[in-house]
Design a protein around this ligand. Structure first.
Ligand code: NAI
Ligand code: ISE
Length: 336
């Protein structure tokens, strides 16, 4: 391997281009040598700007000598067709969330990685790399608030593309991040979930918005997650853990509180690219640093699978109104 990790990017859409920008302009130790996209013109435009080569498809890109590691930024249903060949080629692979779009596909990926005997997959659950979430986790682990009893999360998007964003996506595309954070903060798996939809935000048209997910962790802690996707005022991410002898919550993410006249105010981020910009940088730098050593340590295929199980259960719970169990089965030793 050359000094720089040579990365091939599959999917040059919104987040693919954002990750390419950070690899080329912000991070160290890696270069983008190859890209592919089913929209060839888009891949060519990005490649021309970044000095990369365009490949016909994911298989050709993964097989290329000039690709040491793979970044999968295509649509969710296409993730598995890139992750499995990358594993078979023994190349570290960073795959954007979700790992795959069915539990069976996630299991197939886990089986392939377990058969390989080492971790090569990192899933793009970037909140674990956010300094505020890391501080919240450290506070819980320090014992300062005693045993955690409840975690309250709010995940509010200013708006979503009308007609493209569906009811199920509120769970499968958006709540998945909060599910990951709950598992991370509480160091536990989700045992069951209920999803409540009350009064609709009329701005969202027919969309079932907002929703409230209520989860019970295996150890008994309770998690609530508000997902709102038409909140208008910005991208507002909140989290508070309530423990036996105290509470700990994410601080506001803006750096300055302005006091003027008789009020105070601060900026609300526009979207996830602004709110989590440093977390995305940190997760990818971690991937690059680890991949250069031939291993991967970030959010794992098991995390991707466990989140998919809860996401599927959440979608079922939202349509049935019932409490749905989340059954994971045995966790392979590779992920312990
Ligand atoms: P996008 O639609 O802007 O880009 C996806 C690109 O993948 C498109 O250019 C499309 O032509 C291409 N593509 C689709 N199938 C392909 C295939 N089989 N081979 C090659 N290219 C293919 O979508 P966006 O927003 O960039 O999302 C991509 C992925 O990133 C999704 O899985 C999404 O959930 C995830 N994402 C993660 C975020 C995070 O906060 N971690 C934020 C936004 C997206
Ligand atoms: C998007 O796909 C993401 O992953 C963002 O992090 C999330 O906040 C947003 O709701 C999703 O649509």
């Amino acid at each position: 391997m050359s000094d720089s990790l040579r990365i091939g990017v599959i999917g040059t859409g919104m987040i693919g281009q954002d990750h390419i920008r950070r690899i080329c302009e912000v991070l160290s130790g890696a270069v983008v040598t190859a890209v592919t996209d089913v929209d060839r013109a888009r891949a060519e435009e990005v490649a021309a700007r970044r000095g990369a080569r365009v490949f016909d498809d994911a298989a050709a890109l993964i097989a290329a000598d000039e690709v040491d590691a793979v970044l999968v930024c295509s649509w969710g249903p296409a993730h598995i067709e890139a992750v499995l060949p990358a594993l078979a080629a023994g190349k570290p692979v960073f795959v954007e969330k979700p790992l795959a779009t069915s539990q069976q596909d996630c299991r197939t990926i886990i089986d392939a990685e377990v058969a390989l005997g080492k971790r090569l997959i990192q899933v793009g659950y970037m909140r674990r790399y956010d300094a505020s979430y890391a501080a919240l986790k450290a506070t819980i682990d320090s014992g300062a608030i005693g045993a955690p009893l409840m975690y309250h999360s709010a995940h509010r998007n200013a708006s979503v593309p009308e007609g493209l964003y569906t009811d199920d996506m509120a769970v499968a595309d958006t709540m998945v991040h909060d599910i990951d954070v709950a598992r991370f903060l509480l160091d536990d798996e989700v045992a069951r979930i209920r999803v409540i939809a009350g009064r609709k935000n009329s701005i969202g048209g027919k969309l079932r918005d907002p929703i409230l997910g209520v989860m019970e962790m295996a150890g008994g802690a309770v998690v609530t997650v508000e997902v709102s996707v038409n909140i208008q005022y910005g991208y507002d991410i909140r989290g508070e853990v309530s423990g036996e002898k105290g509470t700990a919550e994410l601080a506001e993410s803006n750096r300055v509180v302005l006091k003027s006249g008789d009020s105070f105010s601060g900026r609300v981020p526009a979207d996830w690219r602004e709110r989590f910009i440093v977390a995305y940088d940190t997760e990818l730098q971690d991937f690059i640093d680890m991949a250069k050593q031939g291993r991967v340590t970030g959010p794992s295929a098991w995390d991707g699978y466990a989140i998919q199980v809860v996401s599927d259960a959440g979608i079922e719970a939202a349509s049935s109104g019932e409490i749905v169990d989340c059954v994971l089965g045995d966790k392979p030793a590779l992920y312990s």
